[in-house]
Design a protein around this ligand. Structure first.
Ligand SMILES: C[S@@+](CC[C@H](N)C(=O)[O-])C[C@H]1O[C@@H](n2cnc3c(N)ncnc32)[C@H](O)[C@@H]1O
Length: 376
């Protein structure tokens, strides 16, 4: 039964990857509108999207959409929602949201009105005056854009980038969802060698290993919907599908280099936690020592930027040295995300393609240097 309006959100610049992932999961050609995808689906579809989407940010359910220019309208429409169908009597509910180009512009005032409207509704339903908010979590999101308000229930809880394998987030770690998107934008497949020469906490090699062996990114974590008393028990079915999909026969060749010993130790721990330790060769080494006799490999990497890790001149020299390492790799393709503006100057050549992306709040470019394609 397609009971829900499912909303999948995507970070700026990687909508095309999320779109392709939704298509492959069987949800057709869903258009992206302002970084969100909307389609009808069942509770199991909610579970599948959370389980399988590698690059999306969150999976939510849309509960209402209405025109809204004043607080009374906001209260009345939120109060109309049958909150008792979703929220339990002891549930903890958190309201967050945004106001963009709208008459109502005070986010915290809207938050209070929405919370009040929910409490009034639940008071009637449960016939109590106070709510302990001590049990399972319900994250409620609102977006008022051009005077149209949408109310969502967040089924993911923690963002989908939290796969459950990374306990420590390094200062300069790339989000797992962004790394997965870059890998899917690249020409990588399980038959090719994969390397990250600046692997930090191991995100790129781990995501490549998960992708190559068809391990679902949500296999080792929980989602908020699993704890909701009123939501169908669909996790087990999605988990079953995910377990069946894993290709244990595929043994990809994946390398992670970093000059910092602690980074390599962290990468190893994260790879163990992700269940892919045996698929990745980690090495504490300078990028300039990387070489391979195998052709057509793929490097996805985010080297130090200059903004966060070191100064611009050092980064220029490092990128120059990386271009030499790369020039010795026959027919390899390189995908490098950086905010460093002189990357092409340091490389002494223009990238074949580049696209704007955000690594957290930092505006970056994904420079793509393409190797020759293998003969068919
Ligand atoms: C921006 S961080 C990479 C973060 C990583 N993508 C992650 O998700 O954790 C850059 C990394 O490059 C490493 N590094 C710096 N110079 C290096 C070099 N010459 N060779 C190899 N690694 C280097 C640093 O130790 C750091 O871990």
């Amino acid at each position: 039964m397609n009971d829900y309006k499912i909303i999948v959100t995507s970070a700026f610049g990687i909508e095309s990857v999320v779109k392709r992932e939704l298509y492959k999961l069987g949800y057709g050609d869903v258009p992206a509108v302002n970084g969100t995808f909307e389609f009808s689906g069942s509770a199991l579809d909610v579970a599948r999207c959370n389980m399988f989407l590698r690059s999306a940010d969150r999976v939510m359910i849309k509960l209402a959409e209405f025109e809204c220019k004043d607080f009374d309208t906001l209260f009345d429409n939120v109060n109309k929602i049958e909150w008792g169908d979703y929220l339990s009597i002891d549930g903890q509910f958190i309201v967050n949201g945004k106001c963009v180009d709208s008459t109502l512009f005070g986010v915290s005032a809207c938050q209070s009105i929405i919370k009040k409207a929910i409490i009034v509704k639940l008071t009637k339903k449960y016939n109590v005056r106070t709510f302990s908010e001590s049990a399972e979590r319900y994250k409620i999101n609102f977006a008022i854009i051009n005077d149209v308000c949408s109310i969502y229930l967040d089924t993911s809880g923690d963002g989908l980038h939290k796969r459950g394998y990374r306990d420590i987030v390094g200062e300069a770690s790339i989000k797992e969802t962004l790394a997965a998107a870059i890998i899917q934008l690249s020409v990588y497949n399980q038959d090719k060698d994969f390397a990250d020469l600046f692997c930090g906490s191991g995100t790129f090699p781990i995501e490549a290993a998960l992708y190559a062996t068809r391990r679902a990114p949500g296999m080792n974590r929980k989602f908020d919907y699993e704890f909701w008393q009123s939501f169908p028990n669909v996790r087990d079915k999605a988990q079953e599908e995910a377990d069946e999909m894993v290709r244990r026969d595929i043994k990809p060749r994946i390398f992670g280099f970093d000059i910092d010993k602690r980074a390599i130790q962290q990468s190893i721990r994260h790879a163990e936690q992700a269940g892919v330790r045996d698929l990745i060769h980690f090495q504490c080494a300078d990028q300039k020592d990387f070489s391979s006799r195998k052709a057509y490999g793929v490097i996805c990497t985010n080297p130090p930027y200059g903004e966060r890790l070191s100064n611009e001149k050092e980064v220029f020299e490092l990128m120059k040295s990386l271009s030499v390492t790369y020039s010795n790799l026959q027919d390899w393709s390189l995908y490098l995300i950086t905010s460093f503006q002189d990357l092409e100057k340091a490389f002494g050549r223009k990238a074949d393609k580049n696209r704007k992306l955000f690594n957290g709040r930092i505006e970056c470019r994904l420079y793509q240097f393409l190797g020759r394609k293998p003969n068919k």
